[in-house]
Design a protein around this ligand. Structure first.
Ligand SMILES: NC(=O)c1ccc[n+]([C@@H]2O[C@H](COP(=O)([O-])OP(=O)(O)OC[C@H]3O[C@@H](n4cnc5c(N)ncnc54)[C@H](O)[C@@H]3O)[C@@H](O)[C@H]2O)c1
Length: 346
């Protein structure tokens, strides 16, 4: 079995347009060329009292007539940053489509962060009223860096980034690193989450909180909020939103821990139109109506923003299909590189 390290993966990712890959995955998902089982999550508390978890996320996706199957196993312990370790890490395994045997294992950190950022960037481009001029982020870890790196390379429109972290030093270090690369952007360390969020065109929470703290009235009209870390918004940020968009409704609905899944279980969320069944609304009008899944916006089956003032919340639960598709691309890039190297050396 081929093994690709973190460095191998980082090198190969430079050859792949991640936004293009995630768009292809959504199109495949819209036309039933995917198999997306529920993910399984093992949670425990370690001997230091810290929360640990292991996610196993299998999936199969067919793009350009080629099927790729695999799984991402991604583990995290909240205490790791204090031990000088990344909070999360894992592997993506690829399976041979004929024999089902494992063919490749690759480090998951960059794939996972990169595909998550690519989904947010694609969602923002589909739903913003105009190209973002200001971005507000809460959390200054690996995901914040992946988002800003991708977005700022792609969008010349951005003039200002406001970043808050509960450990202010982390926000300072990240803004310094990015400031060296993106010299036309003004980076500000926000001393509160509210300062980072208020009046940003695009809001991206990327923390590890399980307790909401962003109320609806921090979010300006016209804003797109991509709720990457899933538990930062308070319920009224969903109920007041003009549109709520999810990546995959079945994953959101199956989840028992995150806010939107919990609100669904209490009867407060109406699924997107293609998942509605007679009587799904229950006895009272749900407070949140999910307008669409991202794949429907990309395929054109659903329309997105209706007015420049709409507040839009995207809730990207995270789909294994993106990890597997990106890993499949890297696997082929690796083989192509080997073929070119052996052709030129003979
Ligand atoms: N939706 C998806 O598809 C998806 C995919 C990958 C990761 N994630 C989630 O993204 C989040 C961030 O991941 P990461 O790898 O960047 O984590 P990380 O540990 O590298 O960084 C998280 C940062 O958030 C800060 N933070 C935590 N709680 C905070 C709060 N209440 N206010 C301000 N700052 C706070 C921490 O100090 C830390 O610097 C995680 O919750 C992860 O589960 C979501």
């Amino acid at each position: 079995m081929l093994e690709l390290t973190r460095e191998d993966v980082a090198g190969l990712l430079g050859k792949v347009d991640l936004v293009d890959v995630v768009r292809e995955v959504f199109l495949a998902h819209a036309s039933d060329r995917t198999v997306l089982p529920e993910e399984s999550c093992l949670r425990w508390t370690n001997d230091q009292g810290e929360s640990c978890r292991s996610l196993n996320m299998p999936g199969l996706v067919e793009i350009d007539g080629r099927r790729t199957a695999g799984t991402k196993i991604i583990n995290a312990s909240l205490g790791n940053p204090d031990r000088g370790l990344p909070r999360a890490g894992g592997i993506v395994l690829l399976f041979d489509i004929t024999t089902a045997r494992l063919v490749c294992s690759m480090d998951a950190a960059h794939i996972s962060a990169g595909r998550t950022a690519a989904v947010s960037v694609l969602a923002a481009e589909l739903l913003w009223a105009r190209p973002a001029r200001s971005i507000g982020l809460v959390g200054a870890g690996a995901l914040a860096e992946a988002h800003l790196d991708l977005a700022l390379r792609r969008w010349q429109s951005v003039r200002e980034v406001r970043l808050h972290d509960q450990v202010l030093e982390r926000a300072v270090r990240l803004t310094e690193r990015l400031g060296d690369t993106f010299r036309t952007v003004a980076f500000h360390v926000a001393s509160t989450a509210e300062q980072a969020v208020r009046e940003a065109d695009l809001v991206i929470p990327v923390t590890t909180t399980t307790t909401g703290y962003i109320p609806a009235d921090w979010i300006a009209p016209g804003t797109v909020t991509v709720n990457v870390s899933l538990d930062d918004l308070l319920p009224d940020a969903f109920t007041v939103a003009d549109q709520v968009i999810v990546d995959d409704w079945s994953l959101v609905a199956a989840d028992t821990t995150r806010l939107l899944g919990r609100m669904h279980r209490s009867g407060d969320v109406l699924p997107p139109p293609r998942h509605r069944t007679a009587g799904a609304a229950g006895h009272r009008a749900p407070a949140v109506e999910v307008a669409a899944e991202l794949c429907d916006l990309i395929s054109g089956a659903a329309t997105g923003r209706r007015s420049a003032e709409d507040r839009i919340v995207v809730n990207p639960f995270g789909m294994s299909l993106h990890d597997v598709a990106v890993a499949g691309k890297l696997y082929h890039e690796h083989h192509e590189h080997l073929t070119i190297t052996s052709t030129t050396s003979t």
